[in-house]
Design a protein around this ligand. Structure first.
Ligand SMILES: Cc1ncc(COP(=O)(O)O)c(C=O)c1O
Length: 452
């Protein structure tokens, strides 16, 4: 058993080792305090378990080099943005070319016309729009769904995350009479009460889904087909089919946010495993790290959107931002879809993921730990709990934040970078057997030390 004292001992030792090994990162962290709020240009950069964030010098393929000259095997890959590898050559070439041809015109380009065809072929939805982030795509989708259905409410799953989207920050919390919805307490500056327009239920609960959708007042269900932001919660057998059926029966639009589950396979989870949503959102990796995202939809939804557009007065729609679909973003996605996000890339990623899952399962078995490994294609996590969670509440309860943080930092000090959120690991098309085996080996060492 891993004790609290062992976690403290390793966390203290590793924090000290980190300070010794990263003097330049430490010095820059101190310097940056003068101008950046809390010392970083973006406050999420503080979400790492290390005493200060590593300062990156460059990244290439599946490695990241710090300003201290340390080269890390990168399994974080920009928290999915670079999950097809850092700066793949076709992307780098496309960006260099576009940099000399202008970046933002507020006009379509020929490459953009081709990109539309590529999106439809890869994700099997006929109509598309571009935004600058996945958060923005989800906000746009929610507006469209409310607009075309005339229904105010949306439904999300407890523990979900779909980006900086006000409407989805509602959780289920224990309450005297069971569970009650509550606006997420951590959200800054939230003034509107979201409860009248956001319904939240547990994932995998068909009865709750049926009860809520049959009221006929939900515009859309916004869901990841497998939850990935509260740890991973797999769909129970038949659940997604029930979701699809109930949405169709009740005139509710089914939106799959595939920003993370694009890791499942070519064309995302819905194309690899079904069912097909009415609308789909994909951000982060679609531009290889260039800020852009897309949302796709069926012909029927497109016609309803067009009718809504034709019926509203001219003026602001509340959807879109100036840099959306600029030439840079289009070129980035064109290169990614055309040359990087390929069947061959997925074959390699999924093989590496299998290798990693097997390796970590071996470590867990060797140490007889009550842990398991969760996998969504090329996205893998080890979970310090025996049983896979079936919903957001169980997944939250399965988290061991201090233990996860101690392991994360110990691995950083051994040259391995996992995502700062629940030690998620991504396998890219350029991740090597050696990198996977090194991760398994070092994890085994760290766990052995935690058990001493
Ligand atoms: C499923 C999902 N959707 C949307 C987003 C938002 O992406 P972004 O922060 O790039 O807007 C995230 C971010 O983690 C996500 O996990």
């Amino acid at each position: 058993m891993i004790t609290a004292a062992a976690i403290d001992r390793i966390a203290t030792r590793e924090a000290e080792a980190f300070r010794k090994a990263n003097p330049h990162s430490l010095a820059l962290a101190t310097k940056a305090q003068a101008n950046w709020f809390q010392g970083v240009p973006f406050h999420w950069m503080l979400d790492w378990p290390s005493p200060v964030p590593l300062v990156a010098a460059k990244a290439e393929g599946a490695t990241l080099t710090t300003v201290d000259g340390r080269v890390l095997d990168d399994f974080c890959l920009g928290d999915t943005a670079s999950m097809f590898g850092h700066s793949p050559k076709p992307l780098a070439d496309a960006l260099a070319r576009q940099a000399s041809e202008g970046l933002s015109y507020m006009l379509p380009t020929e490459r953009g016309v081709e990109l539309g065809e590529m999106l439809s072929a890869m994700f099997r939805l006929p109509r598309w729009q571009v935004t600058t982030t996945a958060s923005e795509a989800n906000r746009a989708v929610i507006r469209w769904c409310r607009g075309i259905t005339g229904r105010a409410k949306i439904l999300v799953f407890n523990g979900c995350y779909h980006g900086a989207v006000d409407d989805v920050f509602v959780d289920l919390k224990p309450h005297a009479s069971g569970w009650a919805p509550k606006v997420r307490a951590s959200v800054i500056g939230q003034v509107q009460d979201l409860l009248p327009t956001t319904t939240v239920i547990e994932f995998n609960d068909v009865a709750a889904l049926e009860r809520e959708l049959k009221r006929g007042d939900i515009a859309c269900v916004l869901a990841e087909p497998v939850m990935t932001n509260v740890g991973m919660v797999r769909d129970a057998p038949g659940y997604l089919d029930a979701l699809r059926r109930l949405c169709s029966e009740t005139g509710t639009i089914l939106v799959f946010d595939e920003t993370h589950t694009i890791s499942s396979g070519y064309g995302g989870h819905s194309n690899a495993y079904g069912p097909q949503p009415d609308m789909m959102v994909i951000g982060k990796s679609i531009g290889g790290g260039v800020p852009c995202a897309v949302y796709g939809f069926s012909q029927e939804i497109a016609e309803r959107m067009a009718a809504l557009n034709a019926s509203r007065p001219p003026g602001h729609s509340g959807i879109g931002t100036t840099l959306s679909a600029n030439a840079l973003a289009i070129s980035a996605m064109h290169a990614m879809l055309g040359q990087v996000i390929t069947h061959d890339a997925y074959r390699h990623m999924l093989e590496q993921a299998q290798r990693l899952v097997k390796g970590i399962e071996g470590v867990i078995a060797a140490h007889q730990l009550p842990w398991h490994v969760a996998q969504v294609g090329a996205r893998v996590e080890f979970v310090c709990a025996e049983k896979p969670p079936t919903n957001g509440s169980e997944a939250r309860a399965a988290m061991s934040h201090r233990l996860e943080a101690a392991i994360h930092l110990a691995l950083v000090n051994r040259g391995i970078l996992l995502a700062p959120f629940h030690n998620m690991m991504l396998l890219s098309p350029v991740t090597t057997d050696g990198q996977v085996d090194r991760l398994v080996h070092e994890l085994n060492t760290v766990i052995g030390e935690l058990l001493e």
